[in-house]
Design a protein around this ligand. Structure first.
Ligand code: GDP
Ligand code: MG
Length: 371
């Protein structure tokens, strides 16, 4: 967006729109109304006339030198897909996650299959790996996306055949489409008497979801999370979709990723589960995460086992943070603690600025958080 209306600017500055109109007429821009679109220069002039400061949100990371350069294609290596399961309550999301976790061939090495964090990675008999995110409900998914985090490569929409398409199913479909992420429909509870998956395929048409057998391109699979049927086919489709997406990352660089969940643990302090998205994270690395920073004191994988390194698509729990970040916050390894402090405090300042002025998402990337 290259412009902002008088009203919108007034809202952001918590000033009266009529005062802006008055100022504009003084500045030789008479005839303006609340709907008048101001270009960036004019808006900046108005802002300074009102005695506010401008922080260029989209440039913030440029200013502190935190923009990650694109990786040379030659450095890219195949990485596991990251999958989120969404769907209406009681349609079997948790059951399906549990069942899929059971496909892990390295389970039970330590700690059994008790899940430790809100994300896990399974290694399949063929050696491929798939990462499943547990936490993102629809809200978390949207919130993370709002924070610019793109953590999911593929969404599985679970629909219980007997219950059919329900409000949260529709929500999940819409969120997935809005995020531009491919979906796979898992028609669940097929073990129940009278199971009729055709009904679901038919009903999905109403929401612009055309599965392959209906002439579309969305993959679907019949499963029973409880009886553990259809899981191989589901995984096959995930891997097929991953092939199509050509998911790759450079593992040989400073790590970057996103926070999946974070909390304050009484004994261990602030903890964050981070999905590494490029590079390899190592114990001892200094990082910035949102407006917090830290040094990786220890890392635990989804089975609660300490690991020394974590590469692309691996979720790990990190100890050693200055505070609790938020889901969706960007995570980035930096060269030293001074740098980490600098960026974190810069961002903390930005956060304060943003909180004082409501910023609609469509303009957030433009230019103003006001102080
Ligand atoms: P969530 O709310 O989507 O996480 O759904 P849950 O996984 O908690 O499942 C809700 C209920 O449906 C539980 O009682 C499950 O046992 C049951 N359920 C889940 N999957 C299946 C299935 O494949 N077949 C049958 N018969 N019941 C299932
Ligand atoms: Mg559940």
């Amino acid at each position: 967006p290259e412009s902002i209306t008088v009203q919108e600017l007034a809202n952001r500055m918590a000033e009266r729109a009529s005062d802006i109109v008055r100022l504009l007429s003084k500045l030789d821009m008479p005839g303006s109304s609340y709907e008048t679109e101001l270009d960036q220069d004019t808006a900046e002039l108005v802002i300074s006339e009102f005695g506010h400061n401008i922080v260029r949100v989209s440039d913030a990371d440029v200013e502190v030198g935190m923009v990650g350069e694109a990786d040379d294609p030659a450095t890219l290596v195949k990485r596991p897909p990251v999958v989120t399961i969404m769907g209406h309550v009681d349609h079997g999301k948790t059951s399906l996650l549990d069942a899929l976790r059971g496909t892990d061939v390295v389970k039970g090495e330590a700690g059994g299959i008790t899940q430790h964090i809100g994300a896990y990675q399974v290694t399949l008999p063929g050696g491929e790996a798939v990462t499943f995110l547990d936490t993102p409900g629809h809200e978390a998914f949207t919130e993370m996306r709002g924070r610019g985090a793109k953590v999911t490569d593929i969404v599985i929409i679970v629909v219980a055949w007997d219950d059919g398409i329900m409000p949260q199913t529709i929500e999940a479909i819409n969120h997935t489409k809005a995020a531009g992420v491919p979906m796979i429909v898992a028609i669940n509870k097929m073990d129940k008497a009278g199971a009729d998956a055709g009904r679901i395929r038919q009903a999905l048409l109403q929401y612009d979801v055309q599965v392959e057998s209906m002439g579309g391109e969305v993959q679907d699979v019949e499963v029973s999370a409880v009886k553990k049927t259809g899981l191989d086919e589901l995984i096959e489709k995930i891997l097929l979709q991953a092939e199509i997406l050509e998911l790759k990352a450079n593992p040989n660089r400073a790590a970057e990723g996103s926070v999946i969940e974070a909390k304050l643990d009484k004994g261990r302090g602030p903890l964050a589960t981070v999905l590494v998205q490029r590079g390899t994270l190592k114990v001892g690395d200094v990082f910035v995460v949102g407006a917090e920073w830290g040094k990786v004191r220890a890392m635990l994988n989804d089975k609660g086992v300490q690991v020394k390194t974590a590469g692309p698509s691996l979720p790990v729990e990190i100890l050693g943070l200055s505070g609790v970040p938020r889901a969706g916050d960007p995570f980035m390894v930096v060269e030293n603690e001074a740098r980490a402090r600098e960026v974190a405090s810069y961002r903390a300042g930005l956060e304060t600025a943003k909180r004082t002025v409501s910023a609609p998402a469509d303009l957030a990337s433009m230019f103003m958080a006001l102080k």
